[in-house]
Design a binder for this molecule. Structure first.
Ligand code: ADP
Length: 170
């Protein structure tokens, strides 16, 4: 079973994946696999340009978790979409010393449900689990993800609404 863990930067993907690895699961961090697929740099947005289609085509499936903000593009058996309330997300990204424009881009993407929408376009609804990490620690999140993958809690998404954040900030 391959489970993707996706979400806007700062939603806690790598922290939660590290907790799952500590619990003995196989975990692949996408950032460690994209090296050969980098085709350039978008200097304006301060991001690498990656040949995602070729990366997807050549990715060897794993029995475990794949963590990264385009994990949902892989043929995963399950996908967990991590969420975080935009004001807390901004605080997390500020701590990480992200530039103002990048914080804004990411908080807006989170408020617009971008990762969830992309996930819904690619996957069966019964395979998608949305998890709000706001105010939650990695152990709680890992417990929920393990329970979902074991089939103990059902697929669940579409109940998170950050639109008031957009109304207040745009
Ligand atoms: N549930 C959480 N509660 C508080 N801070 C968190 C939480 N998850 C992540 N963080 C903090 O937010 C930052 C980004 O976390 P990280 O796991 O690297 O996110 P991602 O991999 O999704 O970009 C880190 O500084 C981390 O300590």
């Amino acid at each position: 079973m391959m489970c993707g863990i996706t979400g806007t930067p700062g939603t806690g993907k790598s922290m939660i994946a590290d907790e799952l690895a500590r619990r003995g699961h196989t975990v692949v961090h996408i950032t460690e696999t994209v090296g050969p697929y980098v085709t350039g740099e978008d200097e304006k947005r301060d991001v690498q340009i990656i040949d995602v289609d070729r990366w997807v085509a050549e990715f060897k499936p794993v029995d475990g978790f794949v963590e990264g903000h385009f994990a949902h593009l892989l043929p995963c058996d399950r996908v967990v979409v991590l969420r975080c309330r935009p004001d807390e997300l901004a605080a997390r990204l500020e701590q990480r010393k992200y530039r103002e424009a990048k914080i804004r881009e990411n908080t807006e993407a989170e408020a617009l449900d971008s990762c969830l929408i992309e996930t819904i376009e690619e996957h069966d609804p019964s395979h998608i689990f949305e998890l709000d990490t706001t105010g939650r620690d990695a152990a709680y999140c890992a417990d929920r993800i393990e329970a979902f993958v074991r089939g103990e809690i059902p697929a669940d998404f579409g109940h998170i609404d950050w639109s008031s954040y957009l109304e207040a900030h745009l």
